[in-house]
Design a protein around this ligand. Structure first.
Ligand code: SF4
Length: 291
């Protein structure tokens, strides 16, 4: 069919609100990036997820608002925001936060197109990522899916990598990581594709293709309530106690204290350096905490 005729038909259907919908279930890049193939299968089956509590809902809203603001930080290097992509073969559909073009006079040998992923986090999560010195595993995977998805949907775009931008919601500090394309994402996405065919075609759940039992993400999974292996993993983890490394907590406390001191200085409330007693009082430590 002539392209002009096709465009006319499409526009008329859109104007009439009758746009042709692809009804086969799809998942978004962040769901695909979880790393648990079983969770993806639950999602494709439309299994119910609990509503986020008001605090989580507010954090999500703040995150969405923050995305728009943060993308503006990249100024004229933004080629497109919320770049749509849809891979029918793999059933992944969603938006890359932005596509950036970093020109040679700015990026030198690293000039080119980059898929941008923006994440806003709480203070503890931010310090965990900073202490680890690299993006969180699922965020890195999501960035790989952006690179993969945008490259497949827009084959003329030569996406040379990704950028993950973290913002600490509490302090507005930033962390930036450059991500090179990782061919290993192909094998992971092939597992998702096989699981998709199995669950939608034959009703088979990939019960054995899931996150390792010791992984932290089970307890934040929206399908935990309906997932016996995930519940068992969480039960075992809870029996073993919390897993936040001490030095990360210490680092976070130190940074919070520093930020508070700086704020107090700005407000003229702090005359000089604090004593250890002041520090203990500020952190809410009591005599029982010593020794
Ligand atoms: S609870 Fe754990 S095993 Fe179950 S779907 Fe979620 S992440 Fe996967």
């Amino acid at each position: 069919m002539d392209l002009v005729v096709k465009l006319q038909q499409m526009i008329e259907e859109n104007i009439a609100g009758r746009a042709v919908r692809d009804e086969s279930p799809t998942i978004g890049p962040s769901s695909a990036a979880r790393g648990c193939v079983l969770a993806v299968a639950y999602e494709l089956l439309g299994m119910p997820k609990p509503e986020p509590d008001p605090r989580s809902f507010r954090a999500m809203q703040v995150g969405t608002d923050g995305h728009r603001r943060i993308v503006r930080y990249f100024g004229h290097y933004v080629v497109g925001r919320e770049l749509f992509f849809h891979d029918r073969e793999y059933g992944i559909r969603g938006y890359c936060d932005a596509l950036l073009y970093l020109p040679p006079d700015f990026a030198g040998e690293r000039a080119g197109l980059y898929a941008l992923e923006v994440k806003t986090t709480g203070g503890l999560e931010f310090e965990r990522i900073r202490a680890g010195g690299r993006p969180r595993e699922d965020h890195a995977r999501q960035c790989q899916i952006y690179i993969w998805g945008v490259s497949r949907y827009y084959p003329l775009f030569q996406v040379r990598g990704g950028i993950i931008f973290y913002e600490n919601r509490d302090s507005l500090e930033h962390l930036i990581y450059l991500v090179d394309p990782d061919p290993a994402i192909g094998a992971y996405l092939d597992r998702l594709k096989r699981a998709r065919e199995g669950v939608l075609g034959r009703g088979e759940l990939p019960l054995d293709d899931r996150l390792p039992d010791e992984h932290w993400a089970h307890q934040y999974c929206p399908f935990l309530d309906i997932c016996p292996p995930g519940q068992e993993a969480v039960r075992r983890q809870r029996a073993q106690g919390p897993r936040v490394p001490d030095q990360v907590v210490a680092d976070m406390l130190a940074r919070k204290l520093l930020a508070r001191k700086q704020a107090e200085r700005r407000q003229g409330r702090l005359a000089g350096p604090r004593s250890l007693d002041d520090l203990a009082a500020a952190l809410g430590w009591t005599a029982e905490d010593d020794g």
